[in-house]
Design a protein around this ligand. Structure first.
Ligand code: ZN
Length: 202
């Protein structure tokens, strides 16, 4: 989809997609900590040391989903956030990067995954279309593990209320994201796209 083509980095707040924003869609992705991750990834794909560290304390069902997803994904990724403190969450809400103080990260039920390019210039990547490829892999992981997972770019659709379980979405996750955006637009509300975010449905 052309309007998912490019994201513009936005200083410490992460990035924005101007084309999506012009349609009234709120896009927020946390700042990349990829500088810390240099050299972490090898082709394969497999989780690097820092990714594994960031999974510590996360619900083991979500850890299993992520570990399955990294094996089947077409798009390499790093774990950039697992557990989060209430204080960290409060700051994210104040900055507009998160909508709720009751984040699923606080009890260890959520992860944020960053698309990662381990090529000649290793870097985090923020184009939204890379994130629906990660979501495709997470859906496969959720089906494999047998646990419900909701994606931050497709919280719900007209037919599926929040939290929509990506295990049961038929087809590519890009379509789920479009269905979420369409639902919000029909309601004349802003969509809130958090592409890296996945949370357990428990
Ligand atoms: Zn998150």
């Amino acid at each position: 989809m052309s309007h998912y083509r490019r994201a513009n980095r936005l200083g410490t707040q992460g990035w924005r997609d101007k084309e999506l924003e012009s349609k009234g869609v709120r896009v927020t992705i946390p700042k990349s900590p990829w500088e810390e991750d240099k050299g972490e990834k090898t082709m394969g794909f497999k989780l690097g040391k820092r990714s594994l560290e960031r999974l510590e304390g996360v619900d083991e069902r979500m850890v299993a989903v992520v570990k399955h997803a990294i094996v089947v994904t077409k798009q390499d990724f790093s774990v950039i956030c697992g557990l989060r403190t209430i204080e960290e969450q409060r700051k994210l809400v104040e900055s507009g990067a998160s909508q709720t103080i009751a984040s699923k990260h606080i009890p260890g039920l959520a992860v944020d995954l960053m698309a990662y390019d381990s090529g000649s210039t290793p870097a985090g990547r923020w184009e939204l279309n890379l994130y629906d490829e990660i979501a495709d892999a997470m859906a496969e992981g959720a089906r494999n593990v047998g646990v419900g997972v909701c994606w931050g770019a497709a919280w719900s659709t007209e037919e599926n209320s929040y939290p929509m379980d990506i295990r049961y979405w038929e087809g590519m996750m890009e379509k789920a994201m479009n269905a979420y955006v369409d639902k919000k637009r029909a309601m004349k509300k802003r969509a809130f796209i958090d592409g890296p975010h996945f949370e357990l449905i428990v």
